[in-house]
Design a protein around this ligand. Structure first.
Ligand SMILES: C[S@@+](CC[C@H](N)C(=O)[O-])C[C@H]1O[C@@H](n2cnc3c(N)ncnc32)[C@H](O)[C@@H]1O
Length: 411
């Protein structure tokens, strides 16, 4: 029997409250990966930090990992026992994408997220603290992986900068075109690590952003890096009672798949979810809108309707689905309001927001309500990501089968 993660955490007094410091990321990444081939990426820094923690906390025991291993992962979503592929989780948020890919047998070997509150949620659920700012992490410090995953923020590319460089007679590959954006960081990691496949997620508007230029540069860059591309706008309403359209971009490495992949996006044809299915039975009064806020929202809607705008609150039909939950839901909850008999409507509770994104109830919410609303609003419809992931992993399996009998290859 190993030591429980929760006991180790207490003994070493982990605190996920440092913003720039990657010490805890090294330590937890090492603990998660001590048995597989990527442990060397983390061990030296993890050992240094373990020694420091022993000194600070006055622990008499030698600062030796053997004392802590093996670990019994008493977190809601421990690493899978017999994983069949490795992935990395970029712009990890609270790990909606990680959860989906763990569910289909993947082992996460690197995660990055710079928001301290998201890190707290991530650690509470997975037992791993993500590394911070991805722009400051060298691609050389990222372990090998089969699939790269990331829902990255959408930013314009400075085409003007490109023309200037072009006029100076310089090559202008993706390095120049995307410099200074977070997509650049994805591209440089793909270029260096050459994963077999990737899945990127973004808002639907990415396709039309900056007169379609942004998406053109993204497609061009990814093909230039040697990947065949598949992309589609998918709606979460086929998996949860929420209308949520997101663009998903999937790539397969041409030199590995040789154009033989048979990937298609999942296409469920039934969408018969109802929001009442995710509602909690007993909800605190604090979620009911005050008269002041409810009056304000109604006035606001009237004013905009008079001008012919569709802006305003969304009172949800309990037998129907909700609008898209955004990261600003914490402000007034206006986009998804739940009608109540004889009372003002109420906003969703954080647990209901988790369910609206398809997270199981075992997902721990360790942060304030405001932070939780932001985190779930920023996250993904987990089962949709899982459905896409399943089809990607099917291609990896076919590839493995053609080479050798399928076995669990990583720990
Ligand atoms: C759209 S959210 C992704 C949410 C994630 N898919 C989930 O399931 O929770 C984008 C995330 O990228 C993070 N982020 C933005 N810039 C970053 C950077 N330079 N380094 C690391 N994370 C960053 C944000 O804090 C945010 O949580």
């Amino acid at each position: 029997m190993g030591k429980k993660y929760s006991v180790i955490k207490e003994e070493l007094q982990f605190k996920v409250d440092k913003i720039v410091d990657n010490d805890l990321a090294y330590l937890t990444h090492y603990l998660q990966n001590n048995k597989n081939g990527v442990s060397n990426y983390y061990k030296p820094s993890a050992q240094e930090y373990l020694t420091e923690l022993h000194e600070v906390n006055n622990i008499a025991q030698e600062a030796d990992f053997q004392y802590y291993l093996p670990i019994e992962w008493d977190v809601p979503f421990p690493p899978p026992e017999n994983p069949t592929f490795k992935f990395i989780d970029l712009f990890a948020g609270i790990g909606g994408i990680r959860l989906a890919y763990q569910n289909i047998g993947g082992k996460c070997v690197f995660s990055s997220e710079w928001d301290k509150f998201s890190k707290q949620t991530y650690e509470a659920n997975f037992g791993e603290v993500p590394f911070g700012d991805i722009t400051k992490i060298s691609e050389k410090d990222i372990p090998d992986h089969d699939i790269l995953l990331g829902g990255f923020p959408c930013q314009p590319f400075s085409i003007a900068g490109v023309s200037k460089k072009k006029s100076l007679g310089r090559q202008h590959g993706f390095l120049d075109k995307t410099q200074g954006t977070l997509f650049f960081d994805i591209a440089r990691i793909i270029k260096h690590k050459k994963p077999k496949a990737f899945m990127l997620e973004n808002v639907k508007n990415l396709v039309s952003h900056d007169k379609k230029k942004t998406f053109e540069v993204i497609k061009e860059t990814l093909s230039e890096l040697g990947y065949s591309l598949y992309y589609k706008v998918l709606d979460g309403k086929f998996y949860v009672p929420q209308h949520r359209e997101r663009i998903i971009i999937v790539g397969f490495k041409k030199s590995v798949f040789k154009g033989k992949e048979t990937f298609t996006f999942p296409q469920p044809d039934e969408a018969n979810f109802a929001i009442r299915e995710i509602l909690q039975q007993k909800v605190d009064e604090k979620y009911t809108l005050s008269d002041k806020l409810w009056n304000y929202l109604q006035e606001y809607k009237k004013k905009h309707q008079a001008k012919g705008n569709g802006f305003g609150f969304g009172l949800t039909d309990l037998n129907g689905i909700s609008r898209t939950m955004s990261a600003r839901y914490y402000k007034d909850g206006a986009e998804i309001l739940i009608p109540q008999k004889g009372k003002n409507p109420r906003r969703l509770t954080p647990r209901e927001c988790a369910r609206l994104q398809g997270f199981p109830d075992s997902f721990v919410i360790p942060v304030s309500n405001n932070q939780a609303y932001k985190q779930f609003g920023n996250s993904v419809v987990m089962p949709l990501i899982q459905a896409v992931g399943k089809n990607i992993v099917k291609e990896l399996d076919i590839l493995n089968e053609s080479k050798q009998p399928k076995t669990a290859i990583y720990q």
